[in-house]
Design a protein around this ligand. Structure first.
Ligand code: CDM
Ligand code: ATP
Length: 310
């Protein structure tokens, strides 16, 4: 199917990318994952996914968007894996079929949970298309089998994550936050960044450091400066050591008026928090003009998780 045929989508689902306001990383667990203590915020940078019926046993995929060529359009796509997993747990893969189309906006391999957002969207879309009655907890459990960030892409808003990052509790958050996202022209693989973290922290405590209480207080009171002062990402030194020029980009954003700048998740996207919307508009203009990154986007948060749209 070509992406232009998407007009016939029977179900459309929109899912957000994320930024980690705090990403505290502990040592490696027996399952190979790192113990995390993290605060996620879902951002208004969305991927859209359409689903339409297909013959039983057929799972098709098309991907559109300027980075579509970087995303697998076959059975390895996380959205296809999500559809098959849902089917397998509700009667069998041969009982259902679907044609999926993804329109990418979230940067690919950018540290903003793009693939996870597509998996979350596919779970929601296929459950609706196939008439499967599944509650949000079950949906998040399936999501966790697909990737550590998938449950948050389902939940959205602001949440505290423990374990692999998939054990979630909603966090009280007031007000809206205005972000400028600088997308560098390099890729960073999540496992490679965690491996570099291990090299830099050979004696990491199995328990991650706590998220800053002042961050949670800032969110609860809607105090953007307090939030900015307490952003933290333990993967940032690892990402910077793999791509040192990200440090220059972070410095440029701070000098151009950001309250704070951090690497988003495993990077390489750099996320700058602005004091208000006008400042974000100015900051994105300045950063675009510097030529330090491939593109600059603005987004706000928090926004809801994956959900069906008209
Ligand atoms: C960096 C973050 O985006 C922060 O939210 C996530 O921790 C990564 O989440 P994700 O991309 O959904 O992760 P997965 O697809 O489940 O795992 C990809 C790889 O990242 C590493 N990984 C991920 C999560 C975690 N808690 N510990 C890890 O070590 C592992 O090498 C894993 O094989
Ligand atoms: N539906 C999908 N969308 C994007 N990437 C996908 C998808 N399915 C598989 N991938 C592959 O997964 C890898 C990670 O891409 P993704 O865009 O999810 O990275 P990321 O945003 O850095 O992930 P995270 O922030 O969750 O660690 C890439 O190699 C990509 O090609």
């Amino acid at each position: 199917m070509s992406a232009s045929e998407a007009i016939t989508d029977r179900v459309k689902v929109r899912a957000p990318g994320k930024v980690n306001l705090a990403l505290r990383v502990g040592g490696v667990r027996p399952d190979g994952y790192h113990s995390l203590a993290t605060v996620f915020q879902a951002l208004s940078l969305f991927d859209d996914l359409g689903a339409r019926p297909a013959p039983a046993g057929h799972y098709g995929i098309a991907v559109a968007g300027d980075q579509a060529h970087l995303v697998p359009a076959d059975g390895s796509n996380l959205a296809v894996r999500a559809a098959r997993l849902l089917a397998a747990r509700h009667g069998g893969e041969q009982q259902f079929g679907v044609e999926l189309v993804i329109r990418k906006t979230i940067p690919v391999t950018g540290g903003m949970a793009g693939g996870s957002a597509n998996a979350a969207a596919a779970l929601v879309a296929c459950a609706a298309l196939w008439g499967i009655d599944i509650n949000p907890d079950e949906l998040r459990e399936l999501g966790a089998e697909l990737g550590a960030d998938v449950p948050f892409c389902l939940l959205g808003s602001t949440a505290l994550g423990h374990g692999r990052g998939d054990d979630l509790v909603p966090v009280l958050s007031r007000g809206g936050y205005h972000w400028v996202l600088a997308l560098p022209d390099v890729e960073l693989s999540t496992p490679a960044v965690f491996r570099r973290f291990d090299e830099l922290n050979p004696d990491a405590d199995p328990t991650p450091p706590p998220v800053p209480p002042a961050l949670l207080e800032g969110l609860a009171s809607g105090d953007v400066r307090r939030v900015a002062d307490n952003l933290v990402n333990d993967l940032e030194p690892a990402a910077l050591s793999l791509h040192p020029h990200l440090g220059e980009l972070l410095d440029a954003g701070r000098e151009a008026g950001a309250l704070a700048g951090i690497v988003s998740g495993s990077g390489p996207t750099c996320a700058f928090l602005a004091p208000h919307e006008d400042a974000a508009v100015r900051l994105s203009g300045t950063l675009s003009g510097l030529g330090l990154c491939r593109t600059v986007r603005r987004a706000s948060g928090p926004v809801p998780g994956a959900r069906q749209v008209a």
